[in-house]
Design a protein around this ligand. Structure first.
Ligand SMILES: *Cc1c(COP(=O)(O)O)cnc(C)c1O
Length: 422
């Protein structure tokens, strides 16, 4: 019997069975988490982190040791020459935008090789929003290589890269699509293909949702620049805002000139007391990602046991923390999200309803009961109300809390007579 919550015994029975099935997958996830934890811990030790690194700076932020050393720790963890880790990045999109504007110049050619990128990047590139100061407005050309059967089209990439290509852009996570996430092996194959055609090409990876999912990170297989959000994997559920860029030192310098000003770069920027949470977030990140991955695997396995389509499958290799569930109709999607919300530590008393969210062409229902607004390393679910009625789920600060949310989601579906399989 599950304490404190009312879950139908039949649902609980499914849960017991799938937990048994997930055991081997969980043990693999544990191994990756342990490896990554030691990697992070060694970087803290090698850089001699002490409480003095948590001291707050104000004003221009000159000589902020904590901030500067965090860049070094970060660089070591991600096997980069340098890094730019700042609470001043307002979101993942801002971080990626800073990197793109930092590195690209008028006349340069950017080639995205993983199909059309994540929605919020369209305005940055100028796929939409031309005239707002997008890359397009500054004369930076964009083209893309579509995915082939949901996978990177290696032959297509080989054909598309040439001596004029300035940057090859890769999105590791599936984002809000149904294509599989890229593994680090996939990224390696793309890097090798692109650099064979043009050894000088800059390979940049949108690393959102991918950090610490595997033992290796993209820079280890030849990427030149990676970027991500602190309210996803890399902030460990602790960081309240921010982003990071890591990679080649000359590129990081350019990114820093874009974030602050040409000439000042990394030397300025008051940390305002955020150093401690950024250090602690990185320290927690391998463990938190492990919990989020177990949550995704469990949810996949549980809903597949009820007869729903899930992607990835519980035992499929993952390159990110995102889980998709095909819930087949609007009522189920809404009940699912309401169930997730009802079990959240924050805002459990709210009832998510579908609404016309700006920027979407259908209604969307979202569940998010998080300590940090919009944090998606905390358990969250989003679902556009349209065919094929899929929900995108990610996060989970710890497995038991995500597990009960999943059970409540199933219970809500059962309560309206929509849960299959029981
Ligand atoms: C979340 C995400 C972004 C953008 O991050 P925001 O913090 O939402 O601006 C970009 N790319 C991918 C793949 C993401 O998952």
């Amino acid at each position: 019997m599950i304490p404190f919550f009312k879950i139908d015994p039949e649902i609980e029975q499914h849960s017991e069975l799938v937990l048994e099935k997930c055991r081997d997958v969980f043990s693999e996830i544990d191994k990756v988490a342990e490896y990554n934890q030691l990697k992070v811990q060694k970087a803290f030790i090698d850089n001699g982190i002490s409480e003095s690194h948590f001291v707050s700076s104000t004003g221009y932020g000159y000589g902020d040791r904590g901030r500067d050393t965090l860049d070094k720790v970060w660089a070591q963890v991600f096997c980069a020459e340098d890094a730019l880790v700042r609470h001043n990045f307002v979101s993942g999109t801002h971080t990626l935008s800073t990197a793109l504007f930092g590195v690209l110049r008028p006349g340069d050619n950017m080639l995205c090789v993983t199909g059309t990128p994540y929605d919020t990047i369209h305005g940055v590139i100028g796929i939409t929003g031309q005239g707002m100061g997008s890359l397009w407005d500054f004369g930076i050309n964009y083209s893309e290589v579509s995915l082939k059967d949901g996978k990177p089209d290696i032959d297509g990439i080989y054909d598309a890269v040439n001596s004029d290509t300035t940057m090859v852009y890769i999105q590791r996570s599936r984002g809000y699509s149904l294509r599989p996430s890229l593994t680090v092996d996939d990224i390696e194959e793309i890097v090798e293909t692109a650099k064979k055609k043009n050894p000088d090409v800059i390979v940049m990876v949108d690393n959102c949702y991918g950090e610490f999912v595997e033992k290796r990170e993209p820079i280890e297989v030849g990427a030149d620049l990676i970027a991500g959000s602190m309210i996803k994997n890399a902030g460990g559920g602790i960081a309240r805002t921010g982003g990071y860029i890591a990679g080649r030192a000359d590129l990081i310098e350019k990114c820093a000139y874009r974030l602050t000003t040409p000439g000042l770069g990394k030397e300025v920027g008051a940390s305002l007391g955020t150093n401690r949470e950024l250090y602690m977030g990185l320290f927690y990140a391998p463990h938190t990602v492990c919990e989020a991955l177990k949550s995704a695997v469990y949810i996949s396995s549980l809903f597949s046991s009820f007869g729903y389509d899930t992607t990835p499958k519980y035992n499929e290799k993952r390159g990110d923390i995102v889980q998709c569930l095909g819930l087949e109709n609007e009522e189920s999607l809404v009940a699912f999200c309401q169930g997730i919300q009802s079990g959240s530590p924050i805002d459990s008393y709210l009832t998510p309803e579908p609404w016309d969210m700006p920027g979407y062409d259908s209604k969307v229902v979202m569940a998010a009961g998080a300590f940090t607004l919009g944090s998606s390393i905390e358990l969250s679910a989003d679902a556009p109300i349209r065919e094929p009625y899929y929900a995108w789920i990610q996060g989970g600060l710890n497995f038991p809390s995500a597990k009960i949310c999943a059970l409540l989601a199933a219970q809500h579906m059962k309560d309206i007579g929509k849960l299959k399989g029981v």
